[in-house]
Design a protein around this ligand. Structure first.
Ligand SMILES: Cc1ncc(COP(=O)(O)O)c(C=O)c1O
Length: 486
């Protein structure tokens, strides 16, 4: 394995290179990773061993005379996840999110890989793309920033691992990722079935863009299998079934495994927009879905400072189609956004429990408040799919929806009276946000469909952040008091 002169260049932590090397030889590690060498012209050798709380990292280089300019990279690859139950809390999520696809910088040893900003890459000979052996280039090497980028590749590797999937393709926003799936898989004449409470932007794309391309769609309540079956039997047979769970904004829980099993009987592919749950709480590919979409703008980024989207699949040919769309349509994320998404992802497993703790307390507080008509939170026993959520998810998330008593005047007064919650669209970040879907996120949904979905003027959606629970409850209590005086 070693060729040429080997020396320990850096040793991080309090172990020496020999010790680290011994750790390397003990792979697969108990942390859930195996180590995989990516050889390149220099044949550098990195040993990365992660052991529970004490991460041990050493860099061992091998110099082969005559090699000059090659990136060196090791990647952490997934061990066979099939061995674990998807309903078990994943003890290794944090390790995956922090390390997968992102070894320390081989040149400096910096534990955060540098952001790669280059839009073009020097070729030693025409057509000889550098970095062909680097996992971040997927074996294609780097030629032009739209086609491949090392930082984007790190995000894609990391999110594929977090979603327990094989391929991840990153886009410039959640909507760009959704458009990517639609462009890759639907052609004129095709039909798709969409959960009736899908995100307003997804519905807008389907209504305004897709309908103009000769594609049709049906909005169906996917909590009822008989309705799905009827839609699957109708002609033309749908090519795609589009699921969200929890849905936005009425937080319905769809049975992903049952929907996938039924849809596959009718040869339809199942897409799950997993933005509300995040890969920490739910892995749709493990529940037999074919395609997972995330707006990384939300829980993955987690700080309201980056926009992005990803599509994750297991199937190689689907991945090829999606990569073609990514490159051809060019809706790619910039390297800084990829870096911010990667940075946010590293603390998702720390943030989400706080979101959930606050959300549960707020849902219970609202449920007992006289100015509130009804509360929807999957963690409440009163939620119609509470049991399914307990089975399918590893937590109930940070989104709470409720109906304030009254109408638009009351919900407006409530929102205007909030002091800690910001009245804003979006969700999933550390700061708490509140909005009225009927006039904000779902305004573009036709009024009749909003009414059918229960997206009325008195519906309020909260994205519960990780501020102090008592401060948030006091803020809501004061605003509800102000609203009840209207
Ligand atoms: C469930 C869901 N999917 C997709 C998106 C679109 O993400 P983006 O705003 O990054 O385009 C959103 C945005 O709110 C969303 O809530």
């Amino acid at each position: 394995m070693r060729q040429g002169r080997t020396w320990v260049r850096h040793v991080l932590g309090n172990v020496n290179g020999v010790h680290s090397w011994r750790l390397l030889s003990t792979t697969p590690l108990s942390t859930g990773f195996t180590l995989e060498q990516q050889s390149c012209q220099w044949r550098p050798q990195w040993a990365i061993a992660c052991g529970g709380a004490a991460a041990v990292v050493s860099l061992i280089y091998t110099n082969t005379p005559g090699d000059h300019n090659c990136n060196r990279l090791w990647t952490l690859s997934r061990r066979p996840w099939a061995a674990t139950s998807c309903h078990e809390p994943s003890g290794s999520f944090g390790t995956t999110a922090i390390h997968a696809g992102q070894p320390p910088d081989p040149q400096s040893g910096g534990v955060v890989p540098p952001i790669s900003v280059a839009t073009t890459f020097a070729q030693a000979s025409p057509g000889a793309h550098p970095g062909c052996q680097m996992p971040t280039s997927y074996g294609e090497g780097f030629d032009y920033g739209r086609s491949t980028n090392p930082t984007r590749g790190q995000l894609e590797l990391c999110l594929a691992a977090c979603e327990q999937g094989k391929h991840c393709i990153a886009f410039g926003s959640g909507m760009a990722a959704i458009s990517g799936v639609v462009s890759a898989l639907l052609k004129p004449g095709d039909r798709c079935v969409v959960v009736d409470d899908a995100y307003g932007g997804t519905q807008r794309l389907l209504r305004h863009a897709v309908e103009h391309m000769g594609i049709s769609f049906d909005l169906v309540d996917l909590t009822e299998m008989s309705k799905l079956e009827a839609a699957l039997r109708a002609s033309p047979f749908p090519r795609l079934v589009w699921v969200e769970s929890p849905t936005n904004p009425t937080l319905k829980i769809c049975d992903i495994e049952a929907i996938s099993t039924l849809s596959h009987k009718y040869n339809a592919l199942v897409v799950v927009d997993n933005t509300f749950a995040s890969p920490l709480l739910q892995n749709p590919l493990r529940l037999k879905a074919d395609i997972v979409v995330h707006a990384t703008t939300k829980y993955i980024g987690g700080h309201s400072d980056t926009c992005g989207g990803v599509v994750i699949v297991n199937d190689d040919s689907l991945a090829t189609q999606l990569r073609q769309v990514q490159n051809t349509y060019g809706a790619v994320p910039g390297p800084f956004d990829c870096y911010l998404a990667l940075r946010g992802l590293k603390t998702l497993h720390v943030r989400m429990p706080e979101h959930q703790k606050n959300a549960q307390a707020i849902a219970e507080f609202l449920e007992n408040h006289p100015a509130v008509e009804r509360v929807i939170y999957p963690g409440l026993k009163s939620h119609p799919q509470h049991e399914l959520a307990s089975k399918q998810m590893r937590g109930f998330g940070g989104m709470v929806t409720f109906y304030i008593r009254g109408g638009l005047q009351e919900s407006r007064s409530f929102l205007e009276s909030l002091r800690i919650f910001a009245v804003a669209e979006s969700l999933g970040a550390v700061e708490s946000l509140a909005e009225a879907p009927a006039v904000m996120t779902h305004h573009s949904v036709p009024a009749e469909h909003r009414a059918a979905m229960g997206i009325s003027d008195n519906l309020v959606r909260l994205s519960v952040g990780i501020e102090g629970k008592d401060d948030l409850i006091a803020d809501l209590a004061a605003a509800l008091k102000a609203a009840s005086k209207v």
